[in-house]
Ligand binder design. Structure first.
Ligand SMILES: *Cc1c(COP(=O)(O)O)cnc(C)c1O
Length: 382
């Protein structure tokens, strides 16, 4: 729980991170993944706060990056360059160069032109670099359309019907080693059967590639495990079932390593956005609780229509219905409509739960507002 000293001593809005919960989550992942020798790469984009990154790297996990700056930040925060995988449909030349200079583990490639440019830059540097092909398995993650990434007309990955052309291209390029396959079908996936379907599809694709005489050193199944936003008290996702599905359904090949790229499920629950009520505004049919936090602090509700549990930490009065909104000059700057919270008044503290993933990392200075403050449970900030 967040104690009242923390509330009183810090300027709102701020992200509050429960480091004890983060550590317990990491210990649990480590013990479950170790059962099967699975390799975990933390998806930096979910939360790239340096202190959070240092905690995660201290557990020996690798990193999953989608930009050169993420690669630099993860190395600065203790991740081993040799455990960094790098995805993204639009890697710029300088980013590819930076990744090669740092000897990262693997480029996850998303198109033929990208593969050709990586080879060209590697050739100039007289290096040979390891790549994996990101294949679009055409599996619907059944999540929000903005975070569904593995269906045929998404911009991500290479469609399987192009595989022959891709393999032909790679064969001709002397500065690349094809070491594996990469998949990432989307985020906030709550139905475990989708991961089972993914395994079955990976096995099929893997076999077709093996039959062409190509042996692969690694299979990267991506991330996407969802969290229970409605019940933030269920605060550690079911990594046990998640990993056991991959262990059960993914064909095992001797000497081949299996990789995961988890973001949300690692950090979502340890973060809470704390804000204060500025005003209660009443119109004919509605009551608005206007917060000092806005979409620049937490974009997910405006961007994906995401729902976070919202609590009034300062009131035990009866529940009332509010539209809970921010101060930003956009109608989409709303955290929820018709939300029941304890009767609210000016200066009440409002907690928006499970905001450790894609919260602080998406914050901006829109409307020239301040970047959100950050407070850690294990440090006394004044
Ligand atoms: C965003 C992303 C992830 C992490 O997804 P989560 O849903 O946060 O686990 C993993 N891999 C790639 C390639 C991504 O783009």
């Amino acid at each position: 729980m967040i104690n009242s000293d923390i509330l009183i001593n810090n300027k709102t809005p701020f992200y509050y991170y429960d480091i004890d919960l983060l550590n317990r989550t990491l210990e649990y992942i480590q013990s479950e993944a170790n059962k099967y020798n699975f390799n975990i790469h933390y998806a930096i984009k979910a939360n790239s706060n340096t202190k959070i990154l240092k905690h995660i790297s201290s557990f020996g996990f690798g990193a999953d990056c989608v930009s050169a700056n993420e690669i630099e930040q993860s190395i600065q925060c203790g991740f081993n360059p040799n455990s960094i995988v790098y995805a993204g449909v639009g890697k710029a030349d300088w980013e590819i160069e930076l990744a090669i200079n740092n000897n990262i583990q693997c480029f996850n490639c998303e198109s033929i032109p990208e593969i050709e440019i990586i080879n060209e830059i590697a050739l100039k540097k007289n290096k040979k670099v390891d790549i994996a092909i990101r294949i679009n398995p055409n599996i619907d993650a059944k999540t929000h359309k903005y975070i569904t990434t593995g269906i045929e007309d998404s911009k991500f990955g290479i469609n399987f019907n192009e595989i022959d052309a891709v393999l032909e291209t790679i064969k001709k390029l002397k500065n690349l080693n094809l070491i594996g396959l990469h998949f990432h079908i989307g985020s906030q996936i709550s139905d475990m059967n989708i991961f089972k379907d993914l395994c079955i599809r990976i096995n099929e694709i893997h076999k077709i590639i093996n039959d062409k005489g190509i042996l692969l050193k690694s299979i990267n199944v991506g991330g996407g495990l969802g969290v229970d936003y409605d019940n933030p008290e269920n605060n550690i996702p079911d990594f046990k079932s998640y990993f056991s599905i991959f262990n059960q359904y993914l064909n095992k090949v001797k000497g081949q390593s299996i990789h995961f790229e988890l973001g949300r499920s690692i950090v979502a629950n340890c973060g809470t956005l704390i804000s204060k009520v500025l005003y209660i505004k009443e119109s004919a049919n509605k009551k608005f609780a206007i917060l000092d936090a806005g979409m620049n602090d937490l974009l997910r509700p405006a961007l994906y229509n995401a729902k976070h549990k919202i609590l009034n930490l300062s009131s035990k009065d009866k529940l009332e219905k509010y539209d809970i909104v921010g101060p930003v000059c956009e109608s989409s700057d709303s955290f929820g409509k018709d939300i029941m919270i304890n009767k609210a008044s000016r200066n009440n503290y409002i907690a928006i739960k499970s905001t450790g993933a894609y919260g602080e990392s998406m914050a901006s200075r829109y409307n020239l507002r301040n970047l959100t403050n950050v407070v850690f449970s294990d440090v006394n900030h004044i």
